[in-house]
Design a protein around this ligand. Sequence first.
Ligand code: SAH
Ligand code: SF4
Length: 361
Amino acid sequence: MTKKPQSFTELNYAQSSEFLLALGEPAYRVKQVAKWVYRNMAQDFAEMTDLPQGLRQKLSDSLKLHSISPAKQEIGRDGTVKTLFNLADGKTVETALMHYDPERGGERYTVCVSTQVGCAVGCPFCATGQQGFERNLTPGEIIDQVLYFARYLMEKKNGSSGKHVSNVVFMGMGEPLANYDNLWRAIEMLNSPEAFGLGARNMVISTAGLVPQIKRLAKEKLQVGLAISLHAADNALRNKLVPLNRRYPLEQLIPACREYIEVKGKRLSFEYALFRGVNASIGHARALADLIGGLKCHINLIAANVTADPAFQPPPRQVILAFEDELKRLHLNVTLRERRGQDINAGCGQLRSQFLKNKER
Ligand code: SAH
Ligand code: SF4
């Protein structure tokens, strides 16, 4: 470890051991500290009451526990919580917590995590894409978003059991696969039984379609889920909606998906956001079925979230339902996702856009 870490959560397990050893502590301490950080959701070293006072002091003198701190929080009518975090360098990212009903397939608390400040892909319908790219998040900054909401749920629990983070989706701000190494380190810590202990199957990475990284992901042992943000079934339209398509067009992306499914022995999902008058006709549904029919996959349809650009609006309900019906008629696995946190700017990057706009004023 050459550079001083900015927080304890930047360290993987081996590095934590090294760090405590360098402080003159015995090896078993790392287990104790990790339990406080990843199981008891400590916010401060002072909370670690079974550690000697001297060690707690040494730890807080050496480094911070977490890399991010909450700056602003909104709670939507559907229970979605959206938090804007300050990073050490003054930049901000946002994270959402979504609650899914017990009656609809089991109670779930899903954290939607950001992986970059801004995004270089620049999709015109996306609030983050319009902010430009600033930097990658570190592993600690990624992990801390999950730990923050794990703590939030723990505090809300009030004695009732079962409220915990059950799923993590990398669908917040940024292109996760463009920050592969830091993302992967965060996933390993979130998955590790010695740390957060969340099943790999309960995590999903969403990508705009970085083909080399999809191939790399196929070789990883952990069975993390993968979602491809498709949004269009022909190159001309996809070039406009997801500009990364110019670098990795559909003739590269779809075979990479096929390869992923074969190597992993696991289905993947395609995200398709419906934009009125852009990609939502019956013809578009048929083109989509032609493109991915025969692949072991699932399609998630979602109506567009309205952002600053008026060119991207959700279609009327009957258009959405007709699109879904056509895919079903063509034997595709499709789910129409409800939009979450509509009243609190819960779309990717929207809270931060509003925050930046207010700052400019
Ligand atoms: N960069 C990654 C992950 C973050 S975006 C990706 O693009 O996959 C997460 C999802 O939100 C993507 O499917 C993205 O296309 C979608 N999205 C972004 N802005 C949206 C909007 N205004 N309406 C609907 N979906 C949107
Ligand atoms: Fe980036 Fe995803 Fe937004 Fe596109 S949709 S700009 S890839 S965050």
